[in-house]
Write a protein that binds this ligand. Sequence first.
Ligand code: ADQ
Length: 510
Amino acid sequence: MYSPKLIVVSNRLPFVLKKNSEDELERVPSAGGLVTAVGPVVIQGNGLWVGWPGPNYKSGTPIPESSPEDASPSAKLLSSNIIPVEIDQNLMNNFYNGCCNATFWPLFHLMPDKAVFNVDYWQAFRKANFLFAETVISALNKQSKKSTEKESTLIWLHDYHLMLAANTIREVVHKTTITGIELEEFHILTAPDLKNANFKLAFFLHIPFPPWDILRIFPWVDDLLQGLLGNDMIGFHTKDYCMNFIECCRRGLKCRVDTENLLVEHGARTIKVCPLPIGVPYERFQELARNASNVIKEPGIKLILGVDRLDYTKGIQNRLLGFQRLLEKKPDLIGKVTLLQIAVPSRQDVKEYQDLKEAMDKLVGNINGQFSTPKWSPIRYIFGTVRQEELAGYYRDSDVALITPFRDGMNLVAKEFVSCQIKNPPGVLIISPFAGAAEQMEEALIANPYEIDDIVDTLIRALEMPNDEKMLRINYLKQREQSQDVHFWMKSFLKVMGEIIESDGEDIRP
Ligand code: ADQ
């Protein structure tokens, strides 16, 4: 098995630094599958994780170790494994709230009408990517001094925030000029002595990759594609996203492509494109489900569950409208079914998200006002973060999980729900065909989130499904999630990178 030194790069580290009551910085772990899969490989191989530790971090401040009570997957990352990137508030606003979340997020989720195109956002995106690249280069320099000629380093960049970083790393290492970047705006980079460096660059996109007709709306589309093609390998959740990317390179940059073997030629290099569907820590969720306390569920009342970040791509309003129409169409269900919607606050400083919060509050109020009886309310709505231990109990005890994104790179909630099904009869999964997860989860029921009546009909089918059919479907779904869990995803990625290294046998040279 290929086991390189790993430098993982993500916009956020797997924790944020907050000040405690004694005004000292401490780590607050963030939940996420990435650190569960990648963390152990970084720790075992004494690798590095580069990322932003939050607004409280100032350059030069030491990163604290995790507290002894911290049992999160990020706790084992020592401060020596962490390389922080400082980003000031102004840059963060235009880079993260602006270009990442107001431009790329809606555009890549096929909602171009919501996307804002602004040259200041784009400049901030380039600058932030430059800062990340600069930090990676110093990390690489540190590692290459310690490494032997043969030891290879794998730089693994994550997600849409870092789409330009690979090209910058490549150009700086080869001491070429940085295309289109007015250097005086940024720090002048002194390319370190990397003559011993032997490394590969990989990128994984956690959200969908749009088709050419959508991507071409982005005014600086060529720069974006070139930035991505700085990598040696680009991974996506599904084959469809891979094909979209390859087609964009063919149409946008006139690259030669091989759609059978998923390759793109760019200059003198060939870039491998690869579907790598992410999984969840299946065994961990099984254990959480076994140990979770009982969810307060009134006898005879069926529970439908929705769990999402509060985001307009997740189709939560249409889900509520579907539930409303279900109760209108089948009044015998009044008092017999509850929708529990758990929504984590997300990007609350972006207006679109504040508006969504307001619209949700209103809609929940309307539906509850329309149907509530003195003893029962149709919707229970939690706006907040729930601990995974508790979430596992909700997953386990729900009769139906209703997952209705308009577009979703993968959707981990669907996979977590399946992993927590330990009861007989198990719950039924309903998923939108526009979630990447639907491509694999063939035994789930499919509901089109744009068509409210389809949500209603699918809900009726799920609520009336015979128990043996529920069991049959969930067993297939569970087997797949167990064998293709998050550790399998990590191994598959390393296997692909091993094959790339074997096939060309050489490191990156100009
Ligand atoms: P997200 O858009 O965040 O991820 P998703 O894949 O569903 O979407 O992951 C959400 C995570 O947050 C899950 O692990 C879930 O348990 C957790 N969560 C949700 N609600 C919560 C709550 N109230 N309290 C606590 N935790 C909660 C992006 C892409 C996805 C892709 C993932 C991984 O948008 O399409 O699946 O990355 O690649």
